[in-house]
Write a protein that binds this ligand. Structure first.
Ligand code: KG4
Ligand code: ZN
Length: 353
């Protein structure tokens, strides 16, 4: 069974074909990130306009790369939410139109849930992918960490899960993006903070770890503010000093130390809770999903503190993509989930797990 996935929840216009939920036949991602860099974050209107431009070529390329014609495609899957309204709309309207015109069943997918399904892709006809050797086993514990989401989820089986905890404010990737802005490093913040962190001393600044009433919940806004205060204090200023002027006053070494101290504590907060949940639930597998799974510091701390090995998904499948959407839909079909009506499917920007 071959499923065409379509994903446009943020700034990536993506289309992919996946066979039987595990075999990646194509993975096309057109990012509008270059257009957002000068603003230090994704501008929703620009993202939506780029989706309009890229979506049809992306779908065509995904079919071509997969050596498929329309008659080879069994179903279409699309991200319904969560995400930016204008962005989601382009993907959903495209999928609805294609489902009607090409007469294919249509499935709606939760983007956050789908991040976990990137880890179920274990074979490919494409070059340049390093995939897990086998699929994770249930029950599985998933740490979903990206620019928009930070949550710990215990899956008993497909679509049978319990969200153990989530962030009460900023997502972890968002915290990286904001700290990068304070330090004058380019967007997206994850990779640029990591790069600076490698040159710094992580014990230089004592930054706080949040305490939440629910032991599995996360919080990142206090840590981000602590970095801001530490940066102000470092140059001898108080809290009233404007954050956008800090980058010019900090030396490269000070930036590296701030980046390293933040990077360590941001990751430690993730790993502390993952270890706790692992001990409580004894899952058969642990999966790290979302863009922050690329973090070398996260991978280092996980391997140091957890007794279980992790077979990471290729980084191109950790960040937003449509293959995870197609894989999720395959398991929806296996679980006898209903199709959605292509004439009426609506976006759901606030969809949660
Ligand atoms: O999953 P994703 O592509 O998009 C969302 O659904 O949000 O994740 C993007 C996020 C960005 O916030 C970026 O800063 C973060 O992932 N990220 C990283 C790294 N690479 C990307 N965070 C920490 N370390 C990295 N190496
Ligand atoms: Zn995502």
């Amino acid at each position: 069974m071959k499923i065409l996935g379509i994903e446009t929840s943020c700034d990536e216009t993506a289309a992919a074909v996946v066979e039987n939920g595990y075999k990646l036949l194509s993975n096309v991602v057109a990012s509008s990130i270059d257009l957002h860099i000068q603003y230090g974050g994704v501008v929703p209107e620009i993202a939506a306009r780029s989706h309009i431009e890229f979506i049809n070529p992306a779908v065509e390329k995904a079919l071509e790369e997969a050596n498929c014609v329309w008659s080879d495609i069994d179903s279409i899957a699309v991200t319904q939410g969560p995400g930016l309204g204008g962005s989601l709309l382009i993907g959903v309207m495209t999928a609805r139109t294609l489902a009607i015109v090409k007469n294919k069943p249509l499935y709606a997918v939760n983007h956050v849930e789908a991040h976990v399904y990137a880890n179920l892709l274990v074979e490919t006809s494409l070059n340049g992918y390093k995939l897990p050797k086998k699929q994770p086993k249930f029950p599985l514990l998933a740490l979903i960490v990206s620019g928009g989401h930070t949550q710990l989820v215990y899956f008993e089986d497909h679509f049978k899960y319990k969200v153990l905890g989530r962030t009460g404010d900023d997502a972890v990737g968002e915290a990286y993006d904001k700290v990068a802005k304070i330090l004058g490093l380019p967007y997206p913040g994850g990779p640029s903070v990591e790069k600076f962190a490698a040159k710094g001393d992580a014990s230089k600044y004592k930054l706080p770890k949040s305490k939440m009433p629910n032991k599995y919940d996360f919080s990142y806004s206090g840590l981000k503010t602590a970095v801001l205060r530490a940066a102000q204090a470092t140059i001898g200023e108080d809290y009233s000093f404007p954050s956008y002027k800090l980058a010019d006053k900090l030396t490269e070494a000070q930036k590296a130390d701030l980046a390293a101290s933040f990077n360590r504590i941001a990751v430690e907060a993730l790993v502390d809770k993952t270890v706790k949940a692992y001990d409580e639930f004894s899952p058969k597998s642990l999966v790290i999903a979302g863009g922050v799974a690329a973090s070398p510091e996260l991978r280092r701390q996980i391997s140091q503190r957890l007794p279980i090995g992790i077979d990471y998904a290729d980084i191109k499948l950790c960040t937003d993509n449509a293959a995870m959407i197609a894989s999720n839909a395959y398991y929806q079909i296996k679980a006898n989930k209903p199709t959605v009506d292509p004439k009426t499917l609506e976006i759901n920007p606030g969809l949660t797990m």
